[in-house]
Design a protein around this ligand. Sequence first.
Ligand code: G6P
Length: 612
Amino acid sequence: MCGIVGAVRKDTSAMPILLTGLRSLEYRGYDSSGIAIIEDKKLICVKKVGKVAELEKEIAKDVYSGKVGIAHTRWATHGIPSEKNAHPHISTEDVAVVHNGIIENHEQLRALLESRGYKFSSETDTEVISHLVHYYLSQENDLFSAVKKAVRELSGSYAIAVISKNAANQIVVARQGSPLVIGLGYDEMFVASDASALLSETNQFIYLEDGDVADIMREGCVICDKTGKSVHRAPVKSELTAEDTSIGGFHHFMQKEMYDQPEAVKKTIESAMKNGVIDERAFGAKAHSVFRKISSVQIIACGTSYHAGLAARYWIEPLADLPCNVDVASEYRYRNPRFRKGTLYVFISQSGETADTIACLNMVKKENPDAHILSICNVAESSLTRMSGLVFLTRAGKEIGVASTKAFTTQLVSLLLLTLMLGRIRKTISSKKEKEITKKLLTLPEKIEEALNLDSKLRALAPKFVSKEHCLYLGRGIEYPIALEGALKLKEISYIHAEGYQAGELKHGPLALVDENMPVIAVAPNDSLAGKLQSNLKEVRARNGKLFIFASPDTKIEKDDGTEIILLPEVDELLAPIVYVVPLQIFAYHVAVLRGKDVDKPRNLAKSVTVE
Ligand code: G6P
């Protein structure tokens, strides 16, 4: 969603680090941005609608020399993208606030503050925070204390950073439900909503907890927890480097990230192997004792991570002999689910910061403090991993493109490893079978590499879709979630309306849409359902629908004038989903590029959805 960065520097060079930070956070929100710095006891604020580049152009017109500043890149929730609604929000030319999250009681607070004489200039929920802080600051002239008092009145989620023109060496920050990290420099300090914004300055971070308020000065910081008590939060060294966030020789991050997949998958598999066998401790020290006790699995996730969960059900139920439910987090949290002892709750999230997923985890814990919780996540220090008893880290490396690619394939690998571990402990998978599957798993990076070699063929196919407005993706069995994921990729980045469907459901509705203008993409490895899928595809051809079939080299599907067959590498049925999704990603990428869309920053979307 939105991104926050702030700096308390030893010299007057806050501006460059704020701009560098904003550029690296831009993938999180990109409808407007703004910066506030303190210069000679004056608060200077610059805001612009559009990409960070627009703000940079504006800033380049002048010289700014401030030691302390905060900056923000916005993904609009309350109020349209405009300069007025862009952050920072200023109160009385004194207090500046940047905010991620949503203040749920902003209407009541607005009325209260208006009755105290404050004038509002934006439609945002955030502006109440700046006036509220100013109100308390005017009473006792201490920014830290004013912010502590102000946040007590807020309900909702927030990560905020606040500066005041009279507190020239200080940023006060607070966190509730939205991530915030403090970056430790040499004789200077930083703050950001995501550690990657500060990698050019430091790799030492303090991760704030919900309820924390921190006073950040050049020489250090003071942190108070939700009870108001001063607390020590240990610094953590991040493994990320600035190179992890660079685009290399690629045109887009999404393109780079698709090509990262063989390595990311390899690293994820290797992280779980010890002496040639999969080690259940890769899921956490207590994995064995937890996995032994469980009698069902409940997977909860959003977006692409949800599709990974849907695919996993096709592995977990037959191989580990466990009932497995998969839910979208925003639905699960409000459908009054029954909680059963013996359920393993699996939360899947690339970022580990998705608001709905975290809310579900909190709900499960509240209902049953002893619940068995496993998170599959790509960010070691995320909120989700810190809240989970068991954790499996995907080794995808930093993912910046909003459309998730390498996070998905590494999630699938992790879920297959989980299936194997559950099967081993529950004795539903023999050691011979486990060895066979592990051997095949180790060939996966090569298979993905081969799938990537289809790039130029897929680019050549893209012009056939460039002027289409609708498209159907079909799959059966475990390839159905892959069809959903393929459709999601296409709609996210090319804005072509795409639907994923179970091929067997075609004649219960979507077949009505099929005519010569409707392209239909089928995910068709030579698996146990290939014959059934073939019949469904005939129904499409009989209505003149154009078929684009991603199939095995030995496919039995006949080619005719209206059928294009794209042959994938030979791959075992179990691993097929992890390979078949790759050409669907590449294909969506080329269609989007050809349609001139901003592939890495699709309109209206955000990489990490930290608000409900
Ligand atoms: C957003 C992103 C998606 C992602 C989803 C869930 O919608 O644009 O790419 O799949 O959030 O995010 P998570 O970080 O929880 O996997």
